[in-house]
Design a protein around this ligand. Structure first.
Ligand code: FES
Ligand code: FES
Length: 161
């Protein structure tokens, strides 16, 4: 039997996007496969690694654990929506400056997580920065440069640059 498809509309990076998907389609698969936004990465697919983190009404969530249909009508920000046109966000620039990535697989999840974390705490100390990224796994970097990047992003954000 063919699974029924539902028309699902979300506000994604400020634009209303609609696609048809099954009720059990995860938000991560909906973004990647139905809307073509492959910047959101999928690692563990069970809520552990944080690679799939997106912002849902500004709050970081694991998009592999959420059905797209359950968040219809809500506001989603993916890694593709962090930059302001060609201008990278402070968090994106800080990750570049501090060499906070190697293979980059985990990076979209870190960028969205840190964006939300700095919105809540714009002046973290090093321990706060470590706590901010505690739910995201990286197999490459050893985390030191990522923590540096969180602190640098906070600086850039406070400078308004
Ligand atoms: Fe969602 Fe790992 S892919 S938490
Ligand atoms: Fe490779 Fe984080 S940079 S997993």
């Amino acid at each position: 039997m063919t699974e029924p498809l539902h028309e699902i509309t979300l506000s994604v990076n400020g634009v209303a996007r609609t696609a048809r998907a099954a009720a059990r389609r995860t938000l991560s698969d909906f973004l990647r496969h139905d809307l073509g936004l492959s910047g959101t990465h999928v690692g563990c697919e069970h809520g552990v690694c944080g690679a799939c983190t997106v912002l849902l009404d500004g709050e970081p969530v694991r998009s592999c654990l959420i059905f797209a249909i359950s968040v219809a009508g809500q506001r989603v920000t993916t890694v593709e929506g962090l930059a302001d046109g060609e201008r990278l966000s402070p968090v994106q620039r800080a990750f570049g400056e501090c060499h906070a990535l190697q293979c980059g697989f985990c990076t979209p999840g870190f960028l969205t997580t840190v964006t939300a974390g700095l919105a809540e705490n714009p002046a973290p100390n090093r321990a706060d920065a470590v706590a901010m990224i505690a739910g995201n796994l990286c197999r490459c970097t050893g985390y030191h440069n990522i923590v540096d990047a969180v602190l640098r992003a906070a600086e850039l954000g406070r400078e308004g640059s």
